[in-house]
Design a protein around this ligand. Structure first.
Ligand code: F6R
Length: 360
């Protein structure tokens, strides 16, 4: 049941410290600081020279996040919408690993892309929450995120776990295929272990309900981010439109000036996500929106320069830049939740949507 929470979505947002701890459990060897994945012996990914991630919706945003984590670890990777995969038909060979990311493991679009990859001779792997799901059975291998059941139609805790799982997988593929993991990722593994506590702290002190209330009357809601902040901007906007029914869009920060800026007015708050990747540029992009009258809500640590510039602030603990976006995402989940709640929306069952989409 929902226990003390009014909605499953809020309960599942609050479960993230636990679900993330479960995702990580036993998967980082504390002595060697190496990733150990059950059923994947060292060297399993030695031959992998390219990774294609396929997924839909929120899982696609996690896949995009994962593709960037793979690139940063030195592994060639692209994320593709599963429903575009058959027409894009990117070349695969037996050194291509195709990773299907799906909470349910039953999404028809994702299964179709997975089957196509299998037919074309790629190695396939699924990252899913559901043991025994179709994706888990049909892929060559499976990694389970162990998030526990997710009842709310809007995916929340499973996004965080998918992204962290992909971050671990990136390290592991880099270690097998490239023989090493880039040195600048050294603080990443210890910081992954700190994520459950970091989210706990964030949830206790979040100002998301006040922010949701203050900006509820706006016309449109924009989310911008760069690098790992970009998939978080897309996810922030998807969650917002799904459960509030208000118009929301996510953009790469640098793209604002290439068109969307025409939409920016004092009625379009801009949530700017800072992940420590060229933040000065994102801040400049946010200021360009602010000059046109848009209120800017900075999502970043307290001591970040953006706090002074922005009209409002949602705080995140200071962690490795590879993880900051996941903390920002939790704040944005809460903003969507409180906005939808104030609007009286049926949060756990938004109109026209189903938890698992079994048609193409
Ligand atoms: C968004 C949402 C959907 C799913 C998408 C893929 O909150 O829930 O966008 O993420 O339908 O579903 P799975 O991950 O089960 O393949």
């Amino acid at each position: 049941g929902k226990g003390e929470y009014e909605h499953f979505m809020l309960k599942e947002i609050h479960e993230q410290p636990t679900s993330l701890a479960q995702a990580i459990e036993g998967r980082i060897d504390p002595e060697t600081e190496r990733i150990s994945l059950d059923g994947f012996d060292p060297g399993t990914f030695e031959h992998v020279d390219a990774v294609q991630l396929v997924a839909c919706g929120t899982s696609y945003h996690a896949a995009l996040y994962g593709s960037l984590a793979l690139n940063q670890a030195g592994v060639q990777a692209t994320a593709l919408l599963a429903n575009e995969y058959s027409v894009v038909a990117p070349p695969v060979d037996d050194d291509t690993l195709v990773v299907a990311v799906s909470q349910s493991g039953e999404t028809a679009d994702t299964l179709s892309a997975l089957r196509q990859a299998n037919r074309r001779g790629a190695d396939t792997l699924t990252i899913t929450n559901v043991v025994g799901s179709t994706a888990a059975r049909e892929a060559d291998d499976a990694l389970f995120i162990r998030a526990g059941p997710e009842i709310g139609v809007a995916a929340t805790k499973t996004f965080s776990s998918q992204a962290v799982m992909l971050t671990l997988l990136a390290q592991r593929i880099a270690a097998d295929a490239c023989g090493h993991v880039p040195a600048d990722l050294e603080s990443l593994l210890p910081d992954i272990g700190k994520m459950p506590d970091a989210i706990d702290g964030l949830l206790e002190e979040s100002a998301a309900d006040a922010i949701a209330r203050d900006y509820l009357d706006s016309e449109s809601f924009f989310f911008i981010g760069r690098g790992l902040g970009y998939p978080v901007a897309l996810e922030g906007a998807l969650k917002f439109k799904e459960i509030t029914y208000e118009h929301a869009e996510g953009f790469a920060s640098g793209e604002l000036k290439h068109g969307p800026l025409a939409l920016v007015t004092r009625e379009t708050p801009v949530f700017a996500i800072f992940t420590g990747q060229e933040d000065e540029k994102t801040l400049k992009n946010a200021e360009e929106a602010q000059t046109r009258g848009a209120p800017v809500i900075a999502v970043c640590p307290d001591d970040h320069r953006a706090v002074e510039v922005a009209d409002d602030h949602l705080t995140i603990p200071d962690v490795d830049s590879e993880l900051a976006g996941l903390l920002a995402n939790v704040q944005l989940q809460l903003v969507s939740y409180y906005a939808a709640d104030l609007l009286g929306r049926p949060i756990d069952k938004p109109r026209n949507l189903a938890k698992s989409v079994t048609v193409e």
